[in-house]
Design a protein around this ligand. Sequence first.
Ligand code: ZN
Length: 507
Amino acid sequence: MLSSSTHSTTVEAFKGLIKKIKHYNEAVSLMFWDLRTGAPKKGVEQRTEVIGTLSGETFALTTSKEMKEYLDLLSSPDHYTQLDEITKKMVKEAKKEYDLFIKIPPERHKEYVILTSKSESVWEEAKAKSDFSLFQPYLEKVVDFQKEFIGYLGYEGHPYNTLLDQYEPGVTVEQLDQLFAGLREKIVPLVREVTSSPHKPDIRIVTQKFDPQKQKAFSKIILERIGYDFEAGRLDDTVHPFCIGLNPGDVRVTNRYNHNDLREGIFGAIHEGGHALYEQNISRELIGTNLCNGASMGIHESQSRFFENMIGRSRAFWECYLQDLIEVFPEELQGVTVDQFYFAVNEAKASLIRTEADELTYNLHIMIRYELEKGLISGEIKVADLPHIWNEKMREYLGITPNNDAEGVLQDVHWSGGSFGYFPSYSLGNLYAAQLEHAMRKEIPNYEDFIRNGQFAKIKDWMTEKVHKYGKLLTPNEILVQATGEQLNARYLTDYLEKKYRQLYQI
Ligand code: ZN
């Protein structure tokens, strides 16, 4: 039994170590941001090496002898019960990470890292040539590694649960099967009806030439209006937009602007802005801890999609901002009405590429990937059969067939890098967003009037109170149940989509 002074010394030393790891991570994130927002080309190689060195240091600290000693001591019942809530969660989080790293033999992990970096470049070539057979042997090895890792880490229920847990703690195959069944039942027939409706939006409104500088200026105004704090962030240009939270006082948004399509820049900005609002509003008391991040990938995505789709693509939003946008593009948008614009930015149609899919069809793309990943991990599906099963599922859910593997099974980078279990987070984000929106409507009765008047403080504050401030202090499920009073239910998303798209497409 250790004295109380040993206890508090260990707590302080543990927190100090976590803080040190966070500082390394912040440095790496800043370098990553720099690489993606215009770092000089000739410095890239050296910079990548620096990132490698620093990441190696954080790995060494995370799995160090001191960390093991602190975790062993602080997780023992005598000590654990004396900890405050934040420290308890910090210990749990650090232990989870420690176990994950330590259970996989380092030499196998090293081989895996080498394999995935090769596999990513082979995937690129296979996609360019639209030839799955090039990628197949690499993907087979990546899948075998996933199964081997699950063996080291252990699993409960379905082996895929272990992979899901890395992105969405607590979510299981059992739960996802039920959620996707709920989506499939409503959305597959709804997409058919939308596709065959003679009532179509006029998308020429949003697909003209639009000056990117003006688009950027407008995006900046919108970000400010929804509550993004430019004193705790900045907006830069990039090729693949992202948001990066260094700490709540420095959360950076990046975006790109399509010269020929107004939608990409504006909604890209609002999407990343949603991620940024989350990171900017995590409670200050979590700074320097391992809880100062989003609760999960899915909860993070719920924030970006809530602001992008439920706010940004609502009719009320454009009742407020269309006039401002027309003032920026007076010739291009002359005479455009709110109804025309609202319909044009909510065009829904069956399409082949996930990243270009609309709000209505998006989850069907995720469902296909989920079913394939689950089958690969359980062994029910062979890698060699993927192109064929992919195309079959596209026909079944979306009623269209890819012409080649580049626009089919080879379209996403995720599998080449071993990111299995990640895709469901996107759909979970949509599901969480719809359930949160439903709860918010009940608690803010004239919710739509606030949007219509461009007053987002109440909406943002509600999200901060219910979601943002907790960071990783609560699990995704705890956040959702506390905010909405019930477990995740697909009905909120299907109700929202039915209502919106039946009205838009007059079906
Ligand atoms: Zn996102």
